[in-house]
Design a binder for this molecule. Structure first.
Ligand SMILES: [Zn+2]
Length: 294
């Protein structure tokens, strides 16, 4: 079992421990439970979807990186496929707080990067902040997305975000998590550049059309892609670097061990990720940064 789960493991009910151990006991546990795995755990524990997601929150929160706040938030995104994706808040020292990732953004982006196409619900251990409510309003689940909190009746995003402003107000019909391919190409055989290009082609930027993607090569030899997720209210947009760091951290990788990073964006983009990405990567100890344009 990965060390990050040790401290909360003994707090879990023994029945849940027994049912989870075949999955989480594996050192390369990807911080998600497939629909089949979730089904077997629910059966063994006599849990429904909601009870299982709430029971998993301490494990999700154990994935937090909180060197500034020391306040760990966990979230579980429940995909329409039935897969459960862990998410946790992530903070980075030596950069502005705007670079912080909230647990809901983490779980949602985790699901999106693993190929999930729509979410049924999100479960979180604290009430979603205003920033996250706006971020979630960009999703193709709309205001019908179920929001679950411990000791609270199930509700919907519509209830948490009354009188919303979102993509519909701007005539946008392709929503966050809708599969897209912008079709850009680059002549290269470099795997990292191709992974970043693929991420840019699947990025969500319906307001600025400034598509961008990144790929990080970890010192563990693994490639972590990240796609830009733009928001109707602009500021809650999630940069591609944050998306890649989400996948890296949640997969058990070390965000302070990036060997090489490649950003791919349009040369005529009105919104460029280049300088912000480079400075955040430098704060994370990575100086091997390249930017390619299409
Ligand atoms: Zn939040």
């Amino acid at each position: 079992m990965q060390a990050r789960f040790h401290s909360v493991w003994m707090q879990l009910p023994s029945k849940l421990q027994d049912a989870l151990l075949p999955h989480i006991g594996n050192n390369d546990f990807p911080a998600m439970l497939t629909a089949e795995q979730a089904k077997s755990v629910k059966k063994a524990c006599d849990f429904d979807d909601n009870t299982l997601a709430i029971a998993l929150l301490p494990l999700a929160a154990a994935c937090s990186l909180t060197p500034i706040s020391h306040f760990n938030v966990g979230a579980i995104a429940h995909g329409e496929s039935g897969t459960l994706y862990f998410g946790a808040n992530m903070e980075f020292t030596d950069v502005p707080l705007q670079q912080t990732i909230h647990a809901e953004q983490c779980a949602i982006t985790h699901a999106w990067l693993r190929g999930e196409k729509k979410l049924k619900s999100i479960t979180v251990n604290y009430s979603p902040c205003g920033h996250c409510r706006q971020f979630m309003n960009e999703l193709n689940s709309g205001t019908q997305l179920e929001v679950h909190l411990p000791k609270q009746p199930p509700s919907t995003l519509g209830n948490y975000l009354p009188a919303p402003f979102g993509p519909n107000d701007l005539g946008i019909t392709t929503l966050l998590m809708d599969p897209v391919n912008h079709g850009y190409k680059l002549e290269t055989t470099d795997k990292l550049v191709l992974a970043a290009l693929d991420a840019a082609n699947q990025s969500h930027a319906p307001y600025s059309h400034s598509y961008s993607g990144i790929a990080l090569l970890g010192k563990d030899g693994k490639i972590y892609p990240g796609r830009y997720a733009e928001n109707a209210a602009f500021n809650p947009s999630l940069p591609p670097l944050q998306a890649a760091l989400i996948l890296m951290n949640i997969s058990g990788g070390d965000c302070l061990a990036v060997e090489r990073a490649v950003l791919v964006e349009g040369k005529n983009n009105k919104v460029s990720q280049r300088n912000a990405t480079q400075s955040t990567l430098a704060a994370l100890g990575c100086s091997k940064f390249e930017c390619y344009t299409f």
